[in-house]
Ligand binder design. Structure first.
Ligand code: ATP
Length: 254
């Protein structure tokens, strides 16, 4: 089983001044697995996500990718190693087309005259963006339409599609179903399932416990900066998960 682990945090600690946000927290995600990361407000989820995405460096503990210890100096380094993170604020540019957003920061260039100037290769990007979103299970998006024509849920789907399209190993989704209606949230959960089918490791952070219980294979519960449970999702009921999160129980069986 350990061989399947693609990405892990091992005994990670992080403090902000005197506030201990994480204390010896460990979690792992395997290829083709969706792990739910849950916890009450202030439990340390965002801090762990920032460490996994390279936005923050831990004070102690380590990060391992494919079994090798890694230390990210920036989110770009984690990204280049195959780890995509989608934060609550999707980071889409509303005035750009879908295709422009999919390739934002990774634009394809055509060589210009004498190889000196580069031009954006829009047709190639449109074809590739369409294929990438199809693969992610998002068929609705007209790639030439600008993002501000879409509903909140559709924008979210494009943002996730972009992350799934680029992720090579792991995708971290921080509250991706927030503010979505039931049908749109269902579409986002399907995109996650598709990412799992494609062999990615998926980390799904959410306060919406029914979504966690519906789509994940395993749940990691953080409480006051510590991992208090790490179990197959099938072991939890909505009630027992809530009890572990709030500290009324230490395990789903309690
Ligand atoms: N930049 C910061 N400076 C000081 N303290 C911080 C900072 N960021 C987070 N904290 C503190 O660290 C702890 C963990 O916060 P974190 O944001 O990781 O929790 P969370 O589980 O993501 O919470 P939420 O569900 O409310 O987003 C909290 O006590 C929080 O107040």
């Amino acid at each position: 089983m350990a061989d399947d682990v693609v990405y892990e945090a091992v005994g990670v600690s992080k403090s902000y001044g005197s506030v201990v946000a994480l204390e010896g927290a460990s979690m792992a995600v395997r290829r083709g697995e969706i792990v739910g990361l849950v916890g009450d407000n202030g439990a340390g989820k965002s801090t762990l996500v920032k460490i996994l995405s390279g936005a923050l460096q831990p004070d102690g503990g380590s990060i391992r990718l494919d079994g090798d210890e890694r230390s990210w100096r920036s989110p770009r380094e984690a990204l280049e190693a195959g780890i995509e993170t989608l934060y609550q604020d999707s980071g889409l540019c509303p005035d750009l087309t879908v295709s422009g957003n999919v390739f934002l920061g990774r634009e394809r260039l055509r060589p210009g005259l004498l190889g000196k100037l580069g031009f954006l290769d829009k047709p190639a990007m449109e074809v590739e963006a369409g294929e990438a979103l199809d693969r992610a299970g998002i068929g609705f998006a007209g790639v030439r339409r600008t993002v501000n024509e879409f509903s909140g849920g559709q924008r979210q789907a494009v943002a996730i599609g972009r992350a799934v399209a680029w992720a090579r190993k792991v995708i971290i989704l921080d509250e991706p179903t927030n503010h979505l209606g039931a049908r749109q949230a269902g579409e986002v959960l399907n995109v996650m399932r598709r990412a799992r089918e494609n062999g990615l490791g998926v980390v799904f952070i959410s306060h919406t416990l029914p979504h966690i219980l519906e789509v994940t294979d395993r749940v990691v519960v953080l409480r006051l900066g510590q991992v208090v449970a790490d179990e197959p999702t099938a072991n939890f009921t909505p009630d027992s998960l809530l009890k572990v999160i709030t500290g009324l129980a230490d395990s789903p069986a309690a």
